[in-house]
Design a protein around this ligand. Sequence first.
Ligand code: FAD
Length: 421
Amino acid sequence: MSEMKTKRTSVVIVGAGIGGVRAAQVLAEQDVDVTIIDRNNYQLFPPLLYQVSTAVLAESEIAYPVREFFRSHPNVNFYLGEVQDFDTDNQTVITDHGNVDYDYLIVAAGSTTNYFGMKSVEQHAFPMKTMTEAIAIRNQIIRCLERAEQEPDEAKRRELLTFVCVGGGPTGVEEAGAISELIYKSMRRDYHKLNFDEVDIKLMEGTDRVLAMMPEKLRNRTVSILQQKKVDVRLSTAVVDYDGHTIKLKSGESIPTQTVIWAAGVKASPIMSKLGTEAIRDGRINVQKNLSVKGLVNVYAIGDCACFIQQEGERPLATVAPVAMKEAELCAANIIRRMQGASQEVFSYKDRGRDGNNRPRSSSPAFRQHQYDRVLCLVSLALGSSFQAGWYLCQPDRFTEMDVELPAQYKTFPHSHQPLS
Ligand SMILES: Cc1cc2nc3c(=O)[nH]c(=O)nc-3n(C[C@H](O)[C@H](O)[C@H](O)COP(=O)(O)OP(=O)(O)OC[C@H]3O[C@@H](n4cnc5c(N)ncnc54)[C@H](O)[C@@H]3O)c2cc1C
């Protein structure tokens, strides 16, 4: 008698980032087949990209092979490919290496750099969202130092030695501080003929404050520490154009520079537009209270590419790692519940800074402590890469001290990192 083998439910996850891998880890324990699709075969740890871009860490230190997470879970498989489209009627994900069918789909495709429509900036500035981009920044900084040491013309030398970070959020602040560390502390010892007084590191922010979510006292302290590190902090400074040699500001000022690092904003992965449903600002897709996508059958979205509004009138949840992980856990649980015919759970995110009564952030002592710790960490990072941030940037007890001396091999040039094809 032939034995009938029933096909297991198939869950496909697009994106092996913070949210995607967490969802797969939860589903790995269940009686389902999981396929994770990503264009890279590693999970990236974005909070430390800036350290790769400034030669403090090697790429292998912030990337982990996806398959290794699931060695002991044969029901979880990885599929290398660039997702190009979705056929939600036929429950298929279309990639550049074939199609993958699903019973349930979790889209965790993350975000990409937002240039706010400035094509010239997009063409010439350096973004910092991927490993390839962080390594391109590292190569660029080292290339500029090498070229500047040989350049007899002072104006050209200064163009090579001017490094502009745009965006006064955590990434821009960290990057500007880390470039200062790299150049003034480490490279100063190696480039004997270079006049380091000609180096000019700038941090530009369109609003009147860096780290907008922090209390004023700590914002001011951050600026003062950056200034001590010879970073020229320019607030209320909007960039309007960049041609690879000169950055133009809204004020009319032009600054010659070959290096503009763009950390001014993110938007959802472009693949979200292929889902063909209602998207809101920055391309993030609206998700319902159970994290499913309205109008689509068995499709969920989590993390940076999803827009979850907890309470009417509130801003969407922030694009940060803890949100992506918590959403991943509930989304995976809801898929299992749906398979079992149980009712769906509603996602609820409790900010570590809010108190038990959900009082406004500004009146919450817990929030103030949380923000204080977070700024202390950022200031420490800006001070000299002396701390390594963990997943929870707000928990100082999770930081470990790092050696300030940079490993020589990270300073080699050129250094390439190409995604697998
Ligand atoms: C420089 C930087 C610093 C940050 N610092 C912090 C921090 O200190 N604390 C914090 O909480 N958060 C931080 N974040 C934000 C945090 O990294 C994100 O919120 C988190 O990674 C979101 O997880 P995700 O799963 O939604 O997306 P991601 O982790 O970005 O994963 C998305 C995955 O989808 C894949 N993908 C996208 N499109 C396709 C496609 N078409 N085909 C195939 N694969 C695709 C990508 O390759 C990627 O692996 C930082 C982000 C950056 C860029």
